[in-house]
Write a protein that binds this ligand. Sequence first.
Ligand code: PNS
Length: 164
Amino acid sequence: MSATAVYPGSFDPITNGHVDIVRRSLQVFSRVVVGVAFNPNKDSAWFTPEERVAMIQETFRAEGERVVADAFSGLLVDYAAAKGAKVIIRGLRAVADFEYEFQMTMMNRHLRPQVETIFMMTGESHFYTSSRLVKEVASLGGNVSGLIPDNVVPLLLQRAVAAR
Ligand code: PNS
């Protein structure tokens, strides 16, 4: 197995779609670093970077050292290099994801050609799951169980009430 891969994202919050991608990645890589991206100057996230990291750590507690989470700001390729990762993992759902992912991959390749981006297809039960939609559903009083890890549900509901 190759060593370390970085799985970056906003993770605001982590969904079961993200969990699915991490689990698939663990079949290929011995260690996955889940990198929570944040912008210190402009972040409209529901959760602080520390809260997002804590939710991810709790979700993957059983995986021990094989999954680590932390937060970063700045360029993703620099973060990957700092973590000793030659691979960036991104999840793909529908065709709609492609354009955005293609652009990011090419830009990252331009910035640091040594880092390769690998895509994993999300399990079909997660094709419609996104952090954005999960927050919208929660804030409108809809049922989010099964869409996000169980440990994240109470935190999301708490934040949804505050957002109303
Ligand atoms: O979960 P998201 O919001 O789709 O993740 C997007 C993310 C965090 C991967 C992307 O915004 C990112 O790489 N941010 C770090 C800043 C960066 O490196 N930008 C230039 C490369 S495109």
